[in-house]
Design a protein around this ligand. Structure first.
Ligand SMILES: [Zn+2]
Length: 323
């Protein structure tokens, strides 16, 4: 910049005299130049900084970009995992819990604690807060649901074991093998009394078979009654638990004693003609919670003669083990 030179007209000397600026003025000029330089420099720096990144900034931006896409990928994967979890949950509620008669797990238990967004307050200041919070929330949901599901499965396994025991105890077969039957068993319900010729309710089922034909217990249980009973003759009563009892009457021989544990298919006595009976047969009753029920409702295991023989053999072997 060209240096400015000032002249002032002096009437006394009748000439132009050069004016030298004072020190203060000169300092002011220096400061003015310095200041404008700083401001200009600052503006230039900002503009450059805005349009051109430093290598470090470039690296950070790239990292950030990678992390954002990784978060998006994780979020999608978590959505898939939660979908699978929802499917497991549905089976838990609609299949296993129904079969094993357990109460369904409520939505509140499934999602407890994970709906509370205030837990993620410290994540809210991030530039991609929504993505980070949503992903974190999904992880916690999955975590929670896995925990609840594990507990549920443990409970169902326990129920399944109990159910297996219950199924083994149910009086679910015929007490006399089909191959030993002489004619179709006579049923449960109202019928004419064979001796008094009056209408009477028949509380069990009669299986006509030769004297000495084996009688098999129809479910696992404990012998609770053995001996002579008015009308029934030689009788056995088995308690199967779960509210079930069975009675075997008119026997010629009793081969179990009170308190003895028996297994389905085990021989407990022989068909006879004792008590109020018109011919050799087994009178068989199913009692549920103190009330007689139609035994025909309980032959769940529709066994073939071969299956029946196999079951009896298994029971015999197990019976020996338990002695
Ligand atoms: Zn009868």
């Amino acid at each position: 910049m060209r240096k400015k030179v000032f002249y002032v007209y002096n009437p006394n000397t009748l000439s132009y005299e050069r004016v030298y600026p004072s020190f203060r003025k000169r300092m002011a000029t220096v400061f003015r130049h310095l200041l404008s330089g700083i401001i200009l420099g600052g503006i230039l720096f900002s503009v450059l900084n805005y349009f051109v990144d430093s290598p470090r900034e470039k690296m950070l931006k790239r990292e950030n970009q990678q992390m954002r896409s990784q978060y998006k990928l994780l979020s999608r994967r978590l959505d898939e995992a939660l979908d699978v979890m929802a499917d497991v949950r549905e089976r838990d509620a609609n299949l296993y819990r129904v079969i094993l008669q357990a109460d369904p797990i409520s939505a509140a238990v499934w999602n407890a604690g994970t709906d509370n967004v205030s837990r993620y307050q410290d994540l809210m200041n991030l530039s991609d807060a929504d993505l980070v919070v949503a992903t974190t929330q999904k992880v916690e949901q999955l975590n929670r649901q896995l925990y609840v599901q594990t507990n549920s499965i443990n409970e169902l396994v326990k129920l399944g074991q109990q159910n297996e025991d219950r199924i083994n105890c149910l009086p679910a077969i015929q007490p006399v093998s089909n191959k030993d039957l002489k004619r179709t068993a006579s049923g449960y319900g109202l019928r004419i009394d064979p001796i008094y010729k009056t209408r009477k309710f028949h509380e069990g089922m009669d299986f006509a078979a030769d004297i000495g034909t084996p009688v098999y217990v129809t479910g696992n249980g404990t012998v609770v009654e053995t001996g002579w009973k008015q009308g029934y003759g030689k009788t056995i009563v088995i308690n199967h638990g779960y509210g079930y009892k069975t009675r075997y009457a008119h026997l010629s021989h009793i081969s179990v004693r009170n308190g003895q544990k028996v297994i389905r298919g085990e021989e407990i006595g022989l068909v006879g003609n004792t008590g109020k009976s018109t011919g050799p047969h087994l009178h068989y009753e199913v009692i549920y919670k103190g009330k007689h029920d139609n035994p025909i409702n309980y032959y769940f295991f529709d066994l073939s003669p071969a299956d029946y023989d196999r079951m009896i053999q298994i029971a015999e072997n197990q019976g020996r083990v338990m002695d």
